[in-house]
Design a protein. Sequence first.
Length: 573
Amino acid sequence: MTSTLRSARWFAPDDLRSSGHRSRLMQMGYDAKDWGEKPIIAILNTWSDLNPCHAHFKHRIDDVKRGVLQAGGFPVELPVQSLSESSLKPTTMLYRNFLAMEAEELLRGHPIDGAVLMGGCDKTTPALVMGAISAGLPMIFLPSGPMLRGHYKGEHLGSGSDAWKYWDERRAGTITDEQWIGVEEGIARSYGHCMTFGTASTMTAIAESLGLTLPGASSIPAADANHIRMSTRCGRRIVEMVHEKLGPEKIITEKSVANASAVAMATGCSTNAVVHLIAMARRAGVPLTLEDLDGISRTTPVIANIRPSGKQYLMEDFYYAGGLRALMAEMKELLHLDAMTVSGFPLGATLEGAEVHNSDVIRPLSNPIYHEGSLAVLKGNLAPDGCVVKPSACEERLRVHEGPALVFDSYPEMKAAIDDEDLDVTPDHVLILRNAGPKGGPGMPEWGMLPIPKKILKQGYRDMLRISDARMSGTSYGACILHVAPESHVGGPLSLVRTGDIIRVDVANRTIDMLVDEEILAMRRAAWTRPADKYERGYGWMFSKHIKQANEGCDFDFLETAFGTAVGEPDIF
């Protein structure tokens, strides 16, 4: 009997090349019972000793392998770059495409029939998904899961969000060094990714709503025994998917991308969602744009009452309230229920029986925490190609604002000035940080939540308008307008702003402008010179030469799939 498996191209022929493949597996103690009619399943593992979000993956790999073996597959672990958000400088975003390329080439170049993708920490989810989409093999995503709630003196702490909050209080002099150390010790209590609805929770929720996880997988806390069982289920299911030939071209469609966009908006998603969603969709040939996302946001209210958009609850509460399945069931009138999922069933079937157990954590559409979606896309003469703001997480008074700019040309310049109590700044000023975009950062570091000047903090203010071509952590909050495109490094209008220029923002009307005469801007443009790129060799050089702008997803220009072209199984022979 001739095998139809892709891996059979390596092992089945009676020739010298295939004999070499077989003998080298035998060298490791395997024999013919381990391949042939058994699908070879790659498990791409983003574990490392420097990634606390994935610390448990060292053990979960065995749980996934158990499922693959139970279903009659042959599991092989392929370690890949880890991208720990808490340790990697200058930013993990610089290396998202690196991991995507690594995942794609590992799957393409090895005798692999299907893949389990193990990720969760911010950039690992989009990177693995992007690479696997381009590889075109059946794949299933296993989220690492959120960590347990933080605690300090009876108060629940949210990773990131409460770090920013208490750091400002420390700078303002309202808490002691001892209290700050207590926050540090209590804010991260287990393995797993951030337990606010930051970028990690946003991206795993997007993966699930795209149809790339088993139902409910994205909500399970990392330390819960259900996460072990889910890991094993993923191993079993990927073997079935190989036999069913259920690849990404059947799952990631315009309908599933629209579902993921709506779910992201309903969860109070990270601003980073737009960059990653656009990149993942375009890998699958779906031409998602900022305008598409803004349109979905206008009709999708925020119903997940989870920090930082919410005021009280964290991801553990979200799980107990029913998790993402319950949220999607609550908003199913806004979703394409016929979109296919890795379960083998359409989305609607996977939501049957889902219930909301706490209607304050997961609100009904009739009682949202914010009447529109999490994000808004603004355009104007300051950002002709668009920028992003999270109105649900900023003070209402700043959603329409006009004030003078205070411009910083670099992060070190901003950091040196922000604690100067003689800084010439008022609560009405608009803080601007530039040269921090995809090319200028490089990699769009998470510098966009500019600290409130100490002078302003001591006056009792905790929010002010901030604008940058950088990103910010998904756990951040406040009136931060980010991803300004084109970025200043390539001569975008942000490069022309001067301290004292009046900036006007109107979130409801989606506008952002500098109130400067065009003649003056023309003179500034003529005098502008482009800064030098920061890399002269290696990956950084390649990144600088080929990275696209934020409104296009920051993928490399040579990796996108042509619009309207479905991905398919790679043929390397």
